[in-house]
Design a protein around this ligand. Structure first.
Ligand SMILES: [Zn+2]
Length: 174
């Protein structure tokens, strides 16, 4: 029996800053037989956010409250049946190959969009946005997810304030 969706988990490709990675690369890494790939029957993520912000969907989502068997991706063993896994391209410093937040401005916009859509769509479920590191001893996705969400909330709050100020201005004018 399928369980209700619980997590959006962010990942990175763990590739150097600025290096192009496309959907075909992910498919090869995950589905090709070893040693070329992991030999999985599917990819590890539902969506990929490329360097230019393009969002590629590997797996369609039918929008209901459960992760149907065909919607399951292999991002984190143990929680895949209650999770969506999204991935952005990057995550490593280009010189040292150490974990680094390499998200481009375009990726940030797409990631913000995808995260908000997820939270709004599943508001009625008790969903949470996490990073891979919450579930495994890993740096992935190489940025502080809580900190990012907090900043996003502050931006939302500012936008709301600006909106309210403008509406007040309109009221006064009327
Ligand atoms: Zn990961």
């Amino acid at each position: 029996m399928s369980k209700k969706l619980k997590y959006l988990v962010w990942h990175c490709t763990a590739t150097p800053e600025g290096r192009f990675v496309g959907p075909d690369d992910i498919i090869r890494w995950h589905k090709a037989k070893p040693p070329q790939g992991r030999g999985w029957d599917r990819v590890g993520y539902s969506k990929l956010v490329m360097l230019d912000g393009t969002i590629h969907s590997f797996v369609d989502e039918n929008g209901d409250d459960i992760v149907d068997p065909w919607e399951v991706t292999y991002g984190v063993a143990g929680i895949n049946s209650i999770s969506r896994h999204y991935c952005y391209v990057g995550g490593l410093d280009k010189d040292t190959f150490q974990p680094k937040d390499t998200r481009t401005p375009e990726q940030l916009i797409s990631m913000r969009f995808l995260t908000k859509v997820f939270l709004l769509k599943y508001l009625h479920l008790d969903v949470e946005v996490k990073g891979h590191y919450h579930f495994a001893k890993k740096a992935c996705p190489c940025f502080d997810v809580e900190d990012w969400l907090k900043k996003e909330k502050e931006i939302d709050h500012l936008i709301k304030l600006i909106g309210e100020t403008q509406f007040r201005g309109l009221d006064n004018a009327g």
